[in-house]
Design a protein around this ligand. Structure first.
Ligand code: FES
Length: 111
């Protein structure tokens, strides 16, 4: 499967996440942290629903953790691990991504 082009890395906010809809109907949230780009399935492990309460609003008030809008679970931006809320220790599902010549790609490993 070809890699999926998401955006130019400069289009990502330096703090807040950016949501992308994929052709298969799933959604991805992408964060930029310095030179790194992190991608997670936009899917809360508590109930399997989307995380955000408004478009591209994923972080808590302190802009420190990803916060699920439904029951308030908090997840680390860099490790996806739930640190508070109804599903402690569970993790967002990571998606491999890379930046090539300034363009962010999701790597498709599915066969
Ligand atoms: S659905 Fe996310 S915390 Fe319940």
């Amino acid at each position: 499967m070809p890699n999926i082009r998401l955006c130019h890395v400069d289009e990502l906010d330096p703090v807040e996440g950016q949501s992308f809809e994929l052709a298969d109907g799933s959604a991805v949230v992408v964060f930029k942290r310095g030179a790194r780009v992190l991608a997670w399935h936009n899917n809360c492990p508590h109930r399997g629903i989307r995380l955000e309460w408004q478009p591209n609003q994923f972080l808590d008030d302190e802009k420190q953790f990803i916060q699920c809008a439904t029951h308030g679970a908090l997840f680390g931006v860099e490790d996806g691990v739930c640190v508070a809320g109804p599903c402690p220790g569970e993790q967002l599902s990571p998606l491999p991504c890379r930046v090539e010549q300034g363009v962010v790609y999701l790597q498709q490993n599915r066969s």
